[in-house]
Ligand binder design. Sequence first.
Ligand SMILES: Cc1cc2nc3c(=O)[nH]c(=O)nc-3n(C[C@H](O)[C@H](O)[C@H](O)COP(=O)(O)OP(=O)(O)OC[C@H]3O[C@@H](n4cnc5c(N)ncnc54)[C@H](O)[C@@H]3O)c2cc1C
Length: 397
Amino acid sequence: MTVAGDLTELTEDQRAIVDAVREFVEQEVFPVAEDLEHRDEYPDKIVEQLKEMGLFGLTIPEEHGGAGMDLMTYALVVTELSRGWMSLSGIMNTHFMGAYLLKKHGTDEQKGRFLPKMATGEVRAALSMSEPGAGSDVQAIKCRAIRDGDDYVVDGTKMWVTNGLRSGLVFLLAKTDPEASPPHKGISLLVVEKEPGAERFEGITVPPNIPKMGYKGVETTELVFEQHRVRAANLLGGEEGRGFHQVMDGIEVGRVNVAARAVGLATRAFEEAIAYSQQREAFGKPIARHQAIQFMLADMGTKLEAAKLMLLHAARKKSAGERSDLEAGMAKLFCTEACHQIVTDALRVHGGYGYSAEYTIERLYRDAPFLLIGEGTSEIQKMVVGRQLLERHKVPK
Ligand SMILES: Cc1cc2nc3c(=O)[nH]c(=O)nc-3n(C[C@H](O)[C@H](O)[C@H](O)COP(=O)(O)OP(=O)(O)OC[C@H]3O[C@@H](n4cnc5c(N)ncnc54)[C@H](O)[C@@H]3O)c2cc1C
């Protein structure tokens, strides 16, 4: 079953990339994903292969050494990777968001300095907004970056930094004016350069990987900043107070990305369930011949098809540079909730074996809940969607 590419018109180049990733995932990821996941092991070899395929530079403009592809292509690549192992899209996503932020909001000097290294995957990026006391409420962050001569001095603790250890660049959200009112006016994005893999580096400490329920293999860490100095030249876009707006723009593409992961994960769950249901027999016939199972498959297939269409609609709009906060929010909400339901149903179809770590579905079942949380929880999506609907359908008084 193709993931989502069959529902949209693709150029020859796009089709070639998506097909190549699909083949790669089936040959190189399917056989090892379970083992790596259970050992919580970083997939070094696969990351090298992703680099060779040019995937870290997929959306980086050609003038900076990338492939210059659009968000639609990226979304389809993410669905294919997540069909194999969702953690691979975790390794790519913060890097991709960093590249997007630079491309859209960086100065020419910043683009020239960072994008070529990012395009090869030689340097990979993390994106750090969340803190121990602030997740959904982004404006409540406490991390400070105070100007001192030609530098900013950063102090604070960040939480849940995916790729926190191995990244060489961290797109860091911090308060350059902690007293600003409203608070978002005092928030900026800094590009922090650090030594990949180092637990201590010039005032940055990376505590041990946070043990997680799923989404294993890729590390998620805290980052502790103590008097870490960042050059003022690394202030994204060169203007203070733009960070909140920049990161909200980046989050829209992040939401399309999470919707794409959900479609990839749900596709795999559906494939596992429909195959198992035809092999397993109960009461003298394959369980697929029991109507209760068929109804479950019907619900799963229908939700999956709807999720793909919502993902493609949101990706198309954002790719075309159109405003898409509503579409990205709806796609993130629908696709991730649908994925969670599809994975749960797929586990039921597997009966007791679904609970066994021998079966792929057990991993998918532990991965799926993260999608309800990352890049804004379902409740936050409903707030975004509700607000946008009211704005777009205003009744004159
Ligand atoms: C594995 C993992 C990886 C992550 N990676 C990153 C990363 O790379 N970079 C990064 O910056 N962050 C990352 N995060 C953090 C993630 O973005 C946050 O967990 C998420 O935004 C939710 O924030 P929180 O955990 O503080 O929950 P809270 O904001 O405390 O929310 C708790 C509950 O309250 C609800 N809630 C909050 N506000 C409202 C409201 N106004 N109305 C109704 N309900 C509300 C939420 O929906 C949720 O159900 C990661 C998280 C995880 C688990």
